[in-house]
Ligand binder design. Structure first.
Ligand code: SF4
Ligand code: SF4
Length: 356
């Protein structure tokens, strides 16, 4: 029938209208702000009014909702508490006035004044002033994302309307600072994650410091033990004192010892000198080798060797052919002196080294 649908729709509206007053009576006198009544009205079982009657009723913004940023201070006292101390809040604010947030802010609505030490003039990691222009801020959240100290966070407070423009919309440091517990209440998940990361970093720092301390202690202990062991070692018995005569004799012997050492060094430096003993008539390469093995490598040493000693050396070598070394020292003497002409004359008188 024409108009029946309209009537049905009006009926549903009327039903909700009446149920709203039933709910009001049920939760009287605070039905508008009663959380249970509010949750039921917003859920599938809601029977009465299901719109939110702002400002008496407010929907809780989701955790990731973001509005004008605020600065986190570790001074955990509510701003409206009578004991709230602005200076302490300022002292414990996490912001180091590094300026990163103001650099990344796309509309450039942040400006910071750094604190300087009045004595040295050096910067102190603490903002002297911090401003955000709420009319320019576009709530992008870049500042909070880039802050390396978790010092600036996006707020949930959207009730910022007022009747003047110049001061009320420029948020200054006292207004921007909010305690860390407030941040934990609006963003519990984020806060828990950040706290876990911070605690892990602190634990790692502490572990490293302890490790360093332990290594230093071990090193010191090892050093002390080494020093103690060195001290315990039996000291060598002191040398008996020398008599004046002994000292005098030692001094006198010193030049000779020095000379001997120099000669030894020279000998060690230069290769042992050998002469070609085959230049002596009667000495062939084999005999030359036997003589050198017997410690007669030069004309001079051959010249100084007794004939009998030479005969002994030849006998020990058990040579088949008979050798007569009688003229060898004489020939060697001329060779050692470089008298080659006289050696030749002598050798003309010899046959196989023997006098004929
Ligand atoms: S980035 Fe963080 S620490 Fe640096 S000035 Fe901004 S709020 Fe402060
Ligand atoms: S939220 Fe975005 S626009 Fe607002 S202050 Fe931070 S960076 Fe700037």
């Amino acid at each position: 029938m024409f108009g029946l649908g309209v009537l049905k729709g009006l009926g549903v509206t009327l039903k909700h209208f009446i149920n709203t007053f039933v709910d009001d009576l049920k939760y009287f006198p605070k039905s508008m702000v009663n959380e249970e009544a509010f949750a039921r009205r917003q859920g599938p079982e809601g029977a009465g009014l299901f719109t939110v009657e702002y400002p008496e009723m407010k929907l809780q913004p989701p955790e990731n909702f973001r509005f004008i940023p605020f600065l986190v201070t570790d001074y955990d006292v509510a701003k409206n508490a009578p004991e709230y101390d602005l200076a302490k809040a300022n002292e414990m604010v996490r912001c180091t006035s590094c300026g990163i947030c103001s650099k990344v802010c796309p509309p450039q609505c942040i400006w910071i004044v750094r604190t300087n030490d009045p004595k040295t003039g050096k910067p102190i990691p603490q903002p002297a002033e911090f401003y955000i222009d709420a009319d320019i801020c576009m709530n992008c959240g870049f500042c909070a994302e880039f802050c390396p100290f978790d010092a600036i966070k996006m707020d949930h407070d959207y009730e910022l309307a007022d009747y003047e423009r110049d001061v009320g919309h420029i948020h200054d440091l006292p207004r921007l600072m909010k305690p860390v517990s407030y941040y934990a209440s609006i963003r519990p998940t984020w806060n828990a994650q950040e706290e876990a990361i911070r605690k892990a970093a602190e634990e790692e720092k502490r572990r490293k410091a302890e490790e360093k301390q332990r290594k230093a202690a071990e090193k010191a202990a090892a050093k002390a033990a080494a020093a103690a062991a060195k001290g315990d070692e039996a000291k060598p018995a002191p040398k008996p004192k020398k008599s004046p005569e002994e000292i005098k004799a030692q001094r006198e012997a010193m030049p000779a010892k020095k000379q001997e050492r120099a000669a030894k060094a020279e000998e060690a430096a230069e290769p042992a000198k050998t002469d070609d003993l085959t230049k002596i008539e009667g000495i062939g390469p084999k005999i030359s080798g036997i003589l050198k093995d017997a410690g007669i490598p030069t004309f001079a040493t051959l010249a100084a060797t007794e004939v009998n000693n030479l005969k002994e050396i030849l006998q020990k070598a058990e040579l088949r052919a008979p050798y007569d070394p009688t003229s060898w020292p004489e020939q060697a003497k001329l060779a050692a002196a470089g008298k080659w002409a006289e050696l030749e004359t002598l050798q003309d008188q010899l046959k196989g080294g023997r006098r004929v």
